[in-house]
Design a protein around this ligand. Structure first.
Ligand code: CMC
Length: 424
């Protein structure tokens, strides 16, 4: 059987055979037959915007792999920094490569004093930490003007290291500022996750020692959130990056996309939903109201996964390990009951709605003491690795600037109406 499709323009009778390659057909081939006829695909539901070797998802079977490695194995055996290396450079690091990578990232965690003193302190006292993060990441480009030379691989590597390294520092600073606590400098004797926890929670103790189980849980959550192929924020990174803006500006755009409740805000919505449900006795009534069209079951359903999100299974296990240290999150019983009821209900099963990554992640974050406002910021720390991998791949491929077409459905040419002759 030929791996191709044939399209026919019924206006002219002309046909064209287009090969199917890597699971897609090149739109440029169609355009040879149909110049000026555009594919109408709002939300890119049927459009692949990149040929990528980074992340593989099989939504029907609940499979997620980074560079070919199953997410389960990475979550069990790797650290976030190893996974970031893998995503960006394509291979797991050797011991020497990992040492160099860890050293480079550890020694780029500090931010310029002006960033802290003048820039961050300019925000209103109750500024949302994600709003602060979006602006702070964009502001970094002004400290590193050489970052605009994206054609130089060594220069790109330097900015990649800076971004991964400084993200936790900015994230913690945004939190400390929003709760009126003094800024904590990075402690470069600590690993990535414990260093972030130190910047978040240190008060007067000379050295903050995070509980190893909590550091590991956070590192696993960072691994699970590190990339998810062409999602909204990664696409924003590619769109802005395709104009050859520097990586800080592109990353700020990606952060802004992640701020949206349909994307990075869902785990916060899960906590609010569980709090509103209040008791396992109210679960049945809540599920009924969702089925009647009153809102959605937050943390359920996914555009790509039509099966259990593989990340959700790992997170459920991680939650148990965290609760052994922190005590059980009181909302857990409601979440478990909700999952049990939904997974037995025809409404959810027939629509292939399963728990996604966000169903349990918020419960862990909350048990660890993170306020809900910081949840998308935690997501951003992890996803920075994926954004940079997508960006590096795009620049390496020398891809074209994103410039889609539109179907114009507005007025035809009209005669100008002077102001005094206009009526509502
Ligand atoms: N609760 C109840 N019904 C739902 C839900 C839900 N969470 N999700 C989808 N449906 C129903 C929807 O009403 C529709 O029913 P019908 O066919 O009768 O109209 C059907 O399922 C298909 O829904 P859709 O909106 O066409 O699906 P989508 O692919 O456009 O949306 C989604 C995907 C994730 C936005 C959606 O499932 C949702 O809103 N989920 C809740 C929010 C959430 O958990 N988001 C986190 C996603 S994972 C993190 C990330 O990747 O950023």
């Amino acid at each position: 059987m030929a791996e191709s499709i044939t399209i026919t323009d019924n206006r002219t009778g002309q046909s064209l055979e287009v090969p199917i390659k890597d699971g897609g057909v090149a739109a440029s081939e169609w355009s040879k037959l149909l110049p000026g006829i555009w594919f109408f695909d709002p939300g890119f539901l049927s459009t692949a915007d990149a040929a990528s070797s980074i992340t593989y998802i099989d939504g029907a079977n609940g499979i997620l792999r980074y560079r070919g490695y199953p997410i389960q194995e990475l979550a069990e055996q790797s650290t976030f920094l190893e996974v970031a290396y893998l995503l960006i450079w394509g291979e797991l690091p050797t011991q020497d490569q990992l040492e160099e990578w860890r050293h480079d990232i550890t020694y780029h965690t500090f931010i310029h004093e002006n960033m802290r003193k003048r820039f961050l302190e300019g925000f209103h006292y109750d500024a949302h930490p994600m709003g602060i993060l979006v602006s702070a990441v964009a502001a970094l480009s002004t400290f590193y003007p050489e970052a605009k030379h994206i054609e130089d691989p060594a220069n790109r590597r330097k900015q990649i290291i800076r971004l991964i390294a400084k993200m936790p520092t900015l994230a913690a600073a945004a939190h400390r500022f929003s709760v009126g606590m003094p800024f904590v400098y990075p402690d470069n004797s600590l690993e990535f996750a414990p260093n972030f926890l130190s910047m978040m929670w240190k008060v007067a103790e000379p050295r903050f020692e995070a509980h190893p189980a909590l550091s590991r849980a956070l590192d696993i959550l960072f691994i699970l959130h590190a990339d998810h192929e062409q999602n909204c924020s990664s696409t924003a990174m590619r769109v802005v990056g395709s104009a050859h803006a520097d990586p800080y500006s592109a990353c700020a755009a990606a952060c802004a996309a992640l701020y949206g409740p349909r994307h990075g805000g869902a785990n916060e919505a899960v906590i609010r939903m569980l709090t509103e449900i209040g008791s396992i006795d109210n679960v049945d009534a809540f599920v009924r109201s969702v089925k009647e069209g009153h809102g959605r079951l937050q943390g359920f359903g996914h555009r790509v996964y039509k099966n259990y999100d593989p990340r959700a299974k790992i997170i459920k296990r991680t939650a148990e390990e965290v609760f052994e240290v922190t005590g059980k999150n009181p909302l857990l019983d409601i979440a478990l009951k909700l999952e049990e009821v939904a997974l037995k209900d025809e409404y959810f099963t027939s629509r292939k709605l399963y728990p996604n990554v966000d169903f349990y992640s918020g419960l862990i974050y909350q048990a660890m003491g993170f306020p809900v406002d910081i949840f998308p910021v935690l997501f951003a720390i992890a996803r920075t690795a994926g954004w940079l991998a997508q960006w590096e791949e795009m620049v390496e491929q020398d891809s074209k600037i994103f410039r889609p077409r539109q179907l114009y459905v507005g007025e035809g040419e009209r005669q100008y109406v002077p102001l005094k002759e206009r009526s509502a």
